[in-house]
Design a binder for this molecule. Sequence first.
Ligand code: GCV
Length: 676
Amino acid sequence: MKTDPAWLPDQAFRAIGTRRVVVCGGDGPVVRTVVDEVTRACARYGGRVWHGTAGSPDADGADLLLVLTDLDCLPGEAAAVRAEIAPGQPLGKEGYALARPAGATVVVADGPAGLLYGLFHVARLGEAAFDGWRPLEVHRPASARRMLDHWDNIDVHPVMGQVERGYAGGSIFWRAGEPRDLHRVREYGRLLAAIGVNAVAVNNVNVHATEARLLTDRLGDVAAIADVLRPFGIRTHLSVSFASPMVLGGLPTADPLDPRVREWWSSAVADVYATIPDFGGFVVKADSEGQPGPFGYGRTHADGANALAAALSDHGGVVHWRAFVYNHRQDWRDRTTDRARAAYDHFAPLDGQFADNVILQVKYGPIDFQTREPVSPVIAAMPSTSVAVELQVTQEYTGQQRHVCYLGPLWASILRFRPWGPDGRAVASVAGDGGGLVAVSNVGDDPFWTGHPLAQANLYAFGRLAWDPFLDPLDVLDEWISLTFAPCPSVLRSALHEIMDSSWQVYESYTAPLGVGFMVNPGSHYGPGVDGYEYTPWGTYHFADRDGVGVDRTRASGTGYTGQYPAPWRDVYESVASCPDELLLFFHHVPYSHVLRSGLPLIQHIYDTHFDGVTKVVEMRRRWAEIADFVNAARHARVAQLLDEQVRCAQEWRDQINAYFFRKSGIPDARGRHIH
Ligand code: GCV
C-alpha cells in the first residue's frame, strides 16, 4: 500500500496551487523546499510560480507573495507588511507575518524556516487565505525547541522489538541493522515541517551496542538522515550512552571528571560536527532502568551532563539530559522511595549547577506517562535550569495505537497548568524559556505512519501545541480533520469529532480510575493487570485493600510528595477536601464510601465510569461504521478493525476493574448491574 499522505494530501495545497505565487527568498535548502511545494501544487492545479533571489520581481497580479525580508528583492506589498511589525518585536528565525492588505496574500519572514512555516499556515487556511482583507498577524513559536525523540533501535531488540514502545511497525530510519531507503524520512520531514517540529533524535534513549556506534563509526548513517531532514528546518540529534568513552573509546572509565573522558567526548563531538555541521546535540538517559550514569563514579547528574555539554558548547550543540531517574529495583522499598518523588529528589538540589547548554528533559508527570498524573513538580523546581517538558505521543499507556485516544486535551491541560497558582507562569512558559517541548514519536514504517490512522492526530497536535500551547486542542483536531480528510464533508467532520474529542476521557473512564495509574499488564503495559505491579511491601502499587484505594502522598501521613510542589498546590493536593477528584487516588488513600464532587461514592464512580466507557466505545464504533462512504476504504477498514479491538479491550478492563473492586470492597453496584 502507498504511504498515507496524512495531513498533507494534494488537496491541502489546492488553494495555493490554483494561484499566481511569487517566492522571493534566496536559494538555501529550506527556501528550495518552499519553492518545491509551491511548484508541485501549481503543476497539479494550474497555478503559476515565480521564484527569484534578487532584483525586483514582478509582483503585480500575484495572489500570494512569500518573501524573505533580508533580500534586496522586497516587493512593495511585502515591504509594507514588514514595516507594520512593531520594531521591538523581531520575527526571529522561525516566525512569520501574514497579511492580505489588498488583492494579494503576503507572508514575510526573516529566516527561511519562517517562510516555510508561513507557507504551511497558508495551506491550513486554504481558500480562506485568499478571501477579502486580512489584518497583520504575527506568528512565532512559543518554544525554540520542538523535538521528537524516536525510541528506534537499528537492530531488532529481543524483547522491545525494533521500536521500543512502538506501535506502528518497524523504524522509519533503520531496517535489519542498516539504514533504510530515506524516501520515507523525507516525507516524514515534510509532515513535521508542516506542524513546526524542528528537531528529531533518531535512536532509542536505551542505547544498545549497535546504536552506540552511531556516534563514531556509524556517524555516516546519521549524516544521511540529517541531510534529508535539513531542508525541512529540522536538526538531527543522537541518543548516546554515558559509557561511550568506555564502550567506544576503550577507556577504563566514563567518570565525567576524568580528563581522558572529557578529552574523548571533545574529540568525538568535533568529529560529529565535521560531518554534520548543524548537528543538534545529545539525548541522555543516565542512571535509569539499567543505563550507565554518573552515580557509578560518585558524581552528580550535573557533573555528568556538564561533561558532555562542555564538548558540545563550542559547536552550538545541547545536551537533553533526562530527569527520568529512579531506582527501578527499589521502587517502594519504603515511603521515601515513592517513585513519584524520585526526579525531584535527584534534580531539585542541582538547580543552578548545570551548564547553559544543558536542557533538563522532564516527563510531564512524576511517574511515567500515565493517562492521568499531576504535573511533575520538577518543572517548578529548577528556575536556573533550562527545562524541557517531555510528552509521549506513542501511546504506551494510552491504548498503544489500538485505541482511539486523542491526547491534545491532556497535553493542553499540562501546558496550561500554573505550578505557582493562577497568577503564576504556566508550564508552557517555563518550557518556552529555553528547554522547549519534546515528545516520543508514534511513527513507524506502517503505511498509515502511526498504526492507528486516527493516532496521526496526536502527532499533529504535538507539533501544533509545541508551536502554540494555548491553541484549543479541539480546534487543532479540527485542523487535522480538515487537512487529512480534505475536502471534508460536514457529516464526516461531525462524526470524527464525536469519536475523537473526548476519546482521552473515555479511555480514562474504562481504565485506571482517578489518577491511581499503573493497572496495566507488566512489561507490555497493554490491557488490564490490576495487581500487575505488585511490589510494594504493603501489597499492590495502588494500595487497594478491603476498605479503600489510592496512594497517600501527603506530608501529614504519606510519602511527603505533596511537599515537592510550591504553594498553592502543596496544600491543594495535601487535603482530600481540596484535591481535584481526577487526581484523588494519586494523592490519597480513601475509603470506597468517600463521596466525590459528583455526589457519588468512589466505588459507584468506579462502576459507573467503567460501564459508561464501554458504552461510549461501542458508540464510537457505530459512528465509524456510519461514515464508511466518506473515508478511503483502506483507512476505514483499518480503523474498523481496531475499534473491534478497542471494544473488546474496554470490556476486559471494565470486567476486571469492576470485579476487582467488587471483591475487595464487597459493595454491590447500586444500579444492580451484573459484575463479572
Ligand atoms: C525507553 C518507560 C518505558 C520504557 C522507556 C522509559 C523511558 O519506563 O516503559 O520503555 O525506555 O519509560 O522513558 O526511558
